[in-house]
Structure formats: structure tokens, C-alpha cells
Design a protein around this ligand. Structure first.
Ligand SMILES: *Cc1c(COP(=O)(O)O)cnc(C)c1O
Length: 432
């Protein structure tokens, strides 16, 4: 299996494409042809489904013999379907260590990069070099990546977050890892953090010296594993005689939602896909009119989806040029609040502000006459966004044990000025 850039000028194997992150011509890698799979049903566990669904993507690659082990170590928690009533389901993707869906992809990427590092070291006949995973975050990405690489040999993680602009719980979580995870609170915005990471990667000397490695959502190593839970859930529903449900995916960068479209292209029983965005409407306009007009993002209650230029859009344009079987709904902050309240009152579920966008989009779809099975994706545990959810529901949100444990640990972040010199200096002084 080969991977081709969306811009058509770079073609690599899976290992090389995962190592590259962004394609060499500036595009994003996609499988040259999407493999179709014929499966009877879901595996016993998510890891079993993963081995079957991901096999064709690894075919012929030097990572292929390692796939089963990677799946076993990455898919260690479940993605349960909660029935809301009738043929309406919630796909809960927040049972991982940092309570957001990004845990699945981050763990898979970490395991894959580790195997890759070992294979490279073996062929060089030397021990693996330590790589530095540099990640800018507005909250969930940094925690998922840090958790996935925490304690892994040959890697250290440097997380950059905008000081004062992530929730108190998120900040605590980011600083609570320690060991091979360092946490820097940048005196600036999320864009400043992202700018710093970009500038560091653009600096050849810095990149080589510290083995800078990216873990952002455009990596194939994050895209492919997300196919697994969509496929697993759709196959489970088929066994319950819910055929090809509509899938509603809360989205910002289109990372997760694109994986759902990829699962459908592979022949898995997924029906129409509804993208649920917050007030950032770029994707809604694109789906409805075919015009793509990226712009600066606006801040909303569903802040992990505050994206004005979705990085995976290029993949959508190439794989689904006709935008068939695709809809999009934008949900403003007022409706996010209303959705949190109604999801609790009418469906008995407490949802985070991102999931609330999905629940609202499902409501809109049904009110417009939508019929049949539907699955809304729950992207994070509501306890991560308690400052939004608790005042609306006038009750405390129960904190899952794994989050409690993190919040009970000491947490530490070092301040950093938002310029490359400061980051360079920090990398140098912390390098052992
Ligand atoms: C990252 C994130 C999203 C958006 O996911 P994309 O893949 O960027 O579309 C939605 N909800 C939560 C909780 C997230 O952390």
C-alpha cells in the first residue's frame, strides 16, 4: 500500500509517511486507493477489530509484522455505545486516560513511532536516539499526547499551552505528568504556541539536534486508528439490526470526522455523516456550497473545535470531491447551552460542550424529518468542562477515577516567552 499526498507530488510507504507527518510537498498523505474490507461482525474487543480493519493499510510495510502488538498496546480501553432510546445511540470515546477521544489516536501513534525508532536503530546497529515530540495545545491534544508517550523510552514530550487560556483542570492535567514530559506555559495565545512549534520545525538545525517529531492531527498515525471505533460501533449496531446509521461527529479540524468518512469508503456500514461544528462555520459553508473560505477562528464554549482553517480539509476535498452523503450543522453557544440542558432532561446524559453540538445537530436532523438509526459521537467526558456544564445543570458532574487521580498529583509548568529564542534556550538547558 502506498500513500499519496493530496497535492500529488509525494508518494511514500506507510512508515515513511508516518515519519514525515506533513507530506513532503506540503499536502497530507492519503492511501493511494482506499481498501475495502468485508467483515462479518465486530471483533470481541476493539483491539481485535483494529487488527482486521488496519491490516490492509499496513500491507507490505515494514511495520506490518508489528501491527498486532501495536493494536494490543494502543486499544486498551473501550468505546461503548450507550442507547439513548429507539435507534438513537451515543458512541462514548472518552474512556481513555485523559478522557477525550484523542487518546485512541495518540496511543496508536506513540506505539507506532516507538516501533519505528527501534527498527531504525536496529538497521543502524545503534541504540535509538531520543526524539522530542513538540506539541502545541489548547487543552486536549497535549494531554493525550503527553499521556501516550509518558514513560516510553527514546521519547520526551514538550507541551506548550497558552497560560491562562486553558481550564484549571486542563492546566493541572498537563503539568501533572513529569518524567519524560515537560510542560511549558507560554505567555501568549494558542496561535503563539502553534507558531512557536512551526518555527521550531522550520529550523533545520534545531530539528536535527533534538530529533523534533510532530504528533499533530494530520499524521496518518493518528488518522488510521480512528477508523477502528467507527467501524466497530457500526458493526455492533448491524448486529442489533440497526443498519448503516447516520453518524453525527462534532468537529473542528476534521480529524475524527474524516476517519468516519474513511471507514464508510472502506465499506463499513455507516450512513450519512453529519458534521457538527460550533459557531466556526467554514466547514458548513464548504459542505453546502463547495466554497472553502478559511478565516481566523472565533472563541466558543466548545473550544477544542475553535478552528477557522480545518487542517484536514485537503483530505476531504480529495477523497469526497462531490461531498455526497455529507451534511454539516453549525451550533452557536446559546444552542450549546440549550443542548446540554435538553440532553440531560430528555435523554438523561450529561454531555461536554463539544458533544452538545452533536446532540443539537441530531435534533435538527430529526426535526427536518430524519429517520432511522443514528449515532452521536461523544468526544470528551463532561467533567473536563465542568465550569460550563455544572452551572447549567445545577449539579456536580462526577469525575472519573482516572481524572481524579491526575488532579490529586502535583503539577508543574515552566513559563516561556513566546519567541523561538526562548524555546531554543529552554531546549538547550533541559537537554541531557
Ligand atoms: C479535538 C476535539 C474535537 C475536534 O476534533 P477534530 O478531529 O479536530 O475535528 C472535538 N471535541 C473534543 C473534546 C476534542 O478534544
Amino acid at each position: 500500500m502506498w500513500y499519496m499526498s493530496t497535492r500529488g507530488r509525494s508518494r511514500l510507504t506507510l512508515s515513511d509517511a508516518i515519519g514525515a507527518g506533513l507530506a513532503l510537498d506540503g499536502g497530507l498523505y492519503l492511501p493511494e486507493r482506499v481498501p475495502t474490507v468485508e467483515v462479518q461482525g465486530p471483533g470481541e474487543r476493539l483491539a481485535d477489530t483494529a487488527k482486521v480493519l488496519l491490516k490492509p493499510f499496513f500491507e507490505g510495510d515494514r511495520l506490518e509484522p508489528a501491527l498486532e502488538g501495536i493494536c494490543e498496546r494502543a486499544f486498551t480501553f473501550d468505546a461503548p455505545l450507550r442507547r439513548l432510546g429507539g435507534e438513537r445511540y451515543l458512541l462514548e470515546l472518552f474512556h481513555g486516560p485523559t478522557a477525550a477521544f484523542k487518546d485512541f489516536a495518540a496511543r496508536f501513534l506513540a506505539e507506532t513511532l516507538r516501533v519505528r525508532a527501534e527498527q531504525e536503530a536496529f538497521s543502524r546497529g545503534e541504540p535509538p536516539l531520543t526524539a522530542t515530540v513538540l506539541v502545541a495545545t489548547s487543552g486536549d491534544t497535549g494531554a493525550a499526547v503527553a499521556s501516550a508517550f509518558w514513560g516510553l523510552p527514546y521519547f520526551r514530550v514538550v507541551v506548550l499551552y497558552p497560560e491562562g487560556r486553558v481550564s484549571a483542570r486542563q492546566a493541572h492535567q498537563l503539568g501533572a505528568f513529569g518524567d519524560n514530559v515537560a510542560c511549558l506555559k507560554v505567555r501568549g495565545s494558542f496561535d503563539d504556541c502553534q507558531g512557536l512549534v512551526k518555527a521550531a520545525f522550520a529550523d533545520e538545525a534545531l530539528r536535527a539536534r533534538y530529533g523534533l517529531t510532530s504528533a499533530n492531527s494530520i499524521s496518518l498515525g493518528r488518522l488510521l486508528p480512528q477508523v477502528v471505533y467507527f467501524g466497530h460501533a457500526a458493526l455492533q449496531l448491524r448486529e442489533r439490526r440497526v443498519f448503516s446509521p447516520v453518524v453525527v461527529v462534532p468537529t473542528g479540524n476534521l480529524g475524527n470526522a474524516f476517519a468516519c468518512l474513511l471507514a464508510r469508503r472502506m465499506g463499513l456500514p455507516v450512513g450519512e455523516v453529519i458534521l457538527a461544528t460550533n459557531a466556526n462555520r467554514v466547514l458548513v459553508e464548504y459542505v453546502e456550497t463547495g466554497r472553502y473560505e478559511p478565516r481566523p477562528s472565533v472563541a466558543t464554549l466548545a473550544n477544542a473545535m475553535d478552528v477557522g482553517a480545518p487542517s484536514n480539509w485537503e483530505r476531504l476535498r480529495v477523497m469526497e470531491p462531490e461531498r455526497e452523503g455529507l451534511r454539516a450543522v453549525s451550533v452557536g453557544d446559546e444552542d450549546i447551552r440549550a443542548s446540554i440542558v435538553r440532553s440531560w432532561e430528555e435523554d438523561g446524559v450529561v454531555v461536554c460542550p463539544h458533544t452538545a453540538c452533536g446532540m443539537w445537530a441530531e435534533r435538527v436532523w430529526r426535526e427536518r424529518g430524519g429517520k432511522g438509526g443514528v449515532m452521536v459521537v461523544a468526544t470528551a467526558h463532561p467533567a473536563k468542562f465542568e465550569t460550563v456544564v455544572e452551572p447549567l445543570l445545577k449539579r456536580e458532574v462526577e469525575v472519573p477515577e482516572r481524572l481524579m487521580e491526575v488532579l490529586g498529583r502535583a503539577s508543574q509548568a515552566e513559563p516561556l516567552e513566546p519567541n523561538l529564542d526562548a524555546l531554543r534556550h529552554w531546549l538547550q538547558s533541559s537537554h541531557k
